[in-house]
Design a binder for this molecule. Sequence first.
Ligand code: SF4
Length: 560
Amino acid sequence: MNAKPTEDDYLTIDHLHQYAYCPRRMHLMYMDGRWDDNLYTDEGRAAHRRTDAADAVLPEPTPGADGDPPPTVARSVSLSSPVLGLSGKLDLVETEGAEALPVDTKRGAPPDNPLQSYEPERVQLMAQGLLLREHGFSCGRGMLYFAAARRRVEVVFTAELEARTRHLLAEARAAARRPDPPPPLEESPKCNGCSLAGICLPDEVNYLNARRPAQPGDLRRLYPARDDALPLYVQEQGARVRKEGEGLAAAKGEQNLGRFLLKDVSQAVLCGNVSITPQALHLLCERGVPVVHLSMGGWFYGLTMGHGLRNAYDRAAQFRAASDPGRCLAFARAVVGAKGHNQRTLLRRNAGGAAEAGLDALARLLDRVERAEALEALLGVEGALAAAYFAHWSTMVRESALASGFAFSERNRRPPRDPVNALLSFGYALLAKECMVALLAEGLDPWWGLYHQPRHGRPALALDLMEEFRPLVVDSAVLTALNTGMVQADQFAGGRAGCLMKPAARKAFIQAYELRLDQFVTHPRFDYRCSWRAVIRLQARLLTKWLRGDVPEYVGITTR
Ligand code: SF4
């Protein structure tokens, strides 16, 4: 621990600051490359705008020079020390001869406690003092400048604070060498203000590991229940999407189709013959907004997105799990069981007594899911579940819809041969892209599955993740579109050789699908309210945590 740090062991002052706040936060930010903003990080960035504006170098310390040396102020000063194995950028340093005073800018006002500061801030400032000492200055105190209150708070560099800072630095260095994140804090108020709470999922992870809180009703939902930004679908054939200021504009020839602020767009979905300019693509890549390419019929061609996550640990864990037959089977049982359960629930809710035989058949088959001892056996059970479910599917469609051209007798695809199958196929393609985006956001490889086997062009892990959501999201949206008259039979073309959705049908179904994703639900495991879109993202996150060993098992989402 006392050996001189190597170049790989270098930490920044911000590593140390984050570690002092929460060891898991440092790991998520710096080992896993995760980041998310919240109000506090936005305010912090705004408070630093002035100090970050220009880099500066410090004057040489001038001990014992004749006369009083002129005081200097340097902003945004980069320092490092091989002895400490530490580097950092100091907001502001005031020097006078050999004396240096670091001043660190903070958002808000000083906290109401005896020292008018929190330990992570004092440790961060002490580390700046240690760096200045390494560079020949004498430094016995520093200042925290609270931007909103425009107040300075002095922090004296006591022997105790120095020892604590050196201790945390050694701990942080050891933690940075470990590939897996430390457990979350337990019921800590720090999590309420942590911008990474939605990625870390402290209460959920502690609950799933049988740490506290003991009851799902006690869990805090520390991420937004519903996204402010939504997918932007561009379906007008021949349309072109271009960058306009900090947003996007879509047009077809001279006809303006709409303008969209980037903050409102979670993904740009281009359907069919829709082009996008390089400038718009660069902007979207830079801001981490994926561009989804679908064919007119809903075939999912792929995604364009920026660099994505640069940590390889999640993918390494994914590939390890994918080569472990026991883990693959456990995962496959979870997703197939959840899908079958949700198919049965949808049937029970929507068909009433008309599907008793189907409900019994599904219940019997669900018993076999847990007993399946190999993926091949599970595939057979899954096929039987699908056959029993779709044999009774039409009992969920209203008589009026059945009579108006939406009869359904069996599930068929490639190509779908009737309007209901066309809607189901289109919906599953939309769900696959939703799951793919969620997995990529987690740093996983959507092409390498644990249940679905890798095959050229098949997003196997996205197909794995979407299984449990097929009935909950897509089948439910199709039923809504049919039973409420959102789609009409004359919005489809073709026949038994292949049924095509006309633009009006696609538009109406996308509306039904997006409404479903936006709908609030009580999370079946955590007992808080959030949208279906948030539930999908949460499952992708929990899958990642299971792969990394952060939670003990993957459990599929099932509704009652
Ligand atoms: S949410 Fe809590 S446990 Fe998780 S990183 Fe933030 S402070 Fe740490």
